[in-house]
Design a protein around this ligand. Structure first.
Ligand code: HEC
Ligand code: HEC
Length: 520
């Protein structure tokens, strides 16, 4: 009846700023937005069991538990609305959780925050969670960082994160989240994947609040117990910040192979001093989800590449974080869990095969004309690719070729490429060396001054990766510095570089499309 509607309206105006009608509208907007954008992963009922959930690790969050990683509140407390809004805006880098800041309107995001809370019976119990008072950062210096390193050892961050912070501590293979799924200790050298942000303030906050739902503890208790001072905890945060590069690596499409000066020795091993003179290029890798079987839990999310040549030979150093040298019995439990969770049908096979870590570097078999490049997934019959394959259980690299996925073949003799690989402190460092020119017509000749397409595939055997299930990059370029004048090489075809950048976005777009096809 109209009169009751009018009364309700008047009442709602008196009761709260939003008004009852608006509140219902908000809830409606929250539900519609959630069902459309979130439910395939998080489930219609918010319990983390959407139709696509089985394809990913970490699993989409179960909102009925009200357990949130990134908060400003104490460990065990509920997040504030602002915390939830931040999580929605920023997503969780390095996981399937997208960032929604550019996708949804402010009203939709606000409505989602309220709607997420309705999934859990805990939110009505504490309507105003209070953020911790965190203070401001202390200054940073060499001494502060050294102090932080000392504390990192003393309070045993290394047990999970490893001596050099690459997620390779002695407990790393056994970590599980609160819902029983294996979880990786964050790689502290890649702070661009931190869910709560990369700044020293963000790191300090994560230390004070802990990441609820994960094994990452909170260190407020240590402060309160007087075991450590606030200054010392800030020092830890500064130390962690110092483990990652000053700036997040930008997308740079070209790896410049530096020309050595007369008489300088070509580095053929990872520990050669000469590498220190050369700046690394970071190349992001993503899980292979274009052909079946797909892989949604890639371990290797990027490689650093350096290169040098002396006019006769070239050396390429590729390094990446990987907690262990596979196969390793300490990680066999982790491996069987991941394979069981990610792919129940083939788990039995995967468990039997002890798989090594692997790296494949891909080039076109012939230098392409203009902008043409082979299909980035191992080429095709018209534009085949030339490959270098390295495996952790073998001392040699193999040269090979492919004309599409599954057609890879490797030469068993007459290798022109040699390799040296080493695993230490949660990192692989692998150096390939080859003459620029070879007599084999299926080996690409490396000509100085040409932008040579190059891309990477990587596998962590003990993360259940082999075959098509690993990570890959799009095309980048290897450019051998010219002997004569710098003018020649500073202008590789710009169009090709742009195409290189696009290549990566194409991978992202294909992935997105694949993701959407799961939803529909
Ligand atoms: C493609 C799958 C996917 C979609 C779509 C998705 N999420 Fe997530 N979400 C995840 C995963 C996976 C995690 C767990 C990340 C982690 O544990 O690091 C997560 C975690 C979260 C968290 C917890 C963050 C924290 O700090 O603990 C929130 C909040 C969240 N999602 C909200 C949303 C909302 C709202 C939407 C829709 C607008 C959405 N998600 C859509 C996969 C998804
Ligand atoms: C028991 C194992 C364990 C210990 C001990 C531990 N961490 Fe963690 N830490 C983790 C795990 C697991 C994650 C990843 C959580 C996730 O992905 O949700 C993590 C994540 C982090 C992150 C990333 C935060 C973000 O925003 O994503 C930082 C930084 C960090 N830890 C620093 C430390 C420091 C410093 C210490 C010691 C003071 C420490 N951790 C002790 C297990 C641990």
């Amino acid at each position: 009846m109209a009169i009751w509607g009018g009364v309700a309206f008047a009442l709602s105006l008196a009761m709260m700023p939003l008004g009852l009608g608006a509140l219902q509208e908000d809830e409606q907007l929250g539900k519609v937005t959630y069902d459309r954008w979130c439910s395939e992963c998080h489930g219609v009922d918010g319990d983390g069991t959407g139709s696509a959930a089985g394809y990913m690790l970490p699993r989409p969050r179960d909102f009925t538990l009200a357990m949130y990683n990134i908060r400003t509140t104490a460990s065990g407390d509920l997040p504030t609305d602002q915390d939830l809004l931040r999580a929605i805006n920023m997503g969780a880098p390095g996981t399937a959780m997208p960032a929604w800041d550019d996708v949804l309107t402010e009203a939709e995001k606000q409505a989602l925050v309220q709607y997420l809370k309705t999934f859990s019976r805990f939110f009505p119990l504490d309507e105003n969670p209070v953020p911790l008072v965190l203070g401001s950062p202390t200054g940073v210096s060499e001494e502060v960082i050294a102090e932080g390193r000392g504390q990192y050892e003393a309070i045993e961050c290394w047990k999970c994160h490893g001596d050099q912070g690459r997620g390779d501590g002695e407990s790393a293979a056994t970590l599980m989240d609160d819902t029983g799924f294996p979880i990786a200790a964050a790689d502290l050298t890649e702070n661009w994947f931190f869910n709560g942000g990369a700044d020293v303030e963000d790191i300090y906050r994560a230390l004070r609040t802990g990441l609820d739902g994960s094994p990452m503890p909170n260190f407020s208790d240590v402060l309160n117990a007087g075991v450590m001072t606030d200054e010392e905890l800030w020092a830890v945060a500064h130390y962690v910040r110092s483990l990652a590069p000053e700036d997040t690596p930008g997308i740079s499409e070209v790896v410049l192979a530096k020309l050595l000066t007369e008489g300088a020795e070509l580095a053929t091993s990872f520990d050669d001093q000469a590498w220190e003179e050369i700046e690394g290029t970071y190349i992001p890798l993503v899980g292979q989800i274009i052909v079946k079987p797909r892989w949604f839990d890639p371990r290797v999310d990027g490689v650093w590449v350096k290169a040098m040549h002396n006019g006769d030979d070239i050396s390429v150093l590729v390094s990446w974080s990987d907690p262990n040298n596979s196969p390793d019995p300490l990680w066999s439990d982790w491996k069987s869990q991941v394979t069981r969770i990610m792919e129940p049908r083939e788990a039995a096979d995967n468990e039997i095969d002890a798989a090594p870590d692997q790296l494949v570097v891909q080039f076109p078999m012939q230098m392409p004309e203009g902008m043409e490049r082979p299909y980035f997934l191992k080429g095709d019959s018209r534009r085949p690719v030339y490959l270098w394959e390295w495996k952790s259980d073998r001392q040699t690299a193999l040269e090979g070729e492919a004309r599409g996925v599954g057609t890879e073949s490797f030469q068993d003799e007459g290798q022109d490429v040699s390799v040296k690989g080493m695993h230490s402190d949660g990192q692989w460092q692998v150096v390939f060396t080859r003459p620029l020119l070879t007599s084999d017509e299926n080996d690409l000749d490396f000509i100085t001054g040409e932008a040579i397409p190059m891309s990477f595939f990587a596998w962590d055997g003990d993360n259940g990766e082999s075959g098509n299930q690993g990570s890959l990059s799009s095309w980048y370029f290897l450019l051998l510095e010219e002997p004569t004048s710098t003018k020649v090489y500073v202008a590789p075809p710009i169009a090709m570089l742009i195409a290189g950048a696009l290549g990566f976005f194409i991978v992202r777009r294909v992935q997105k499309r694949e993701m959407e096809s799961f939803r529909s």
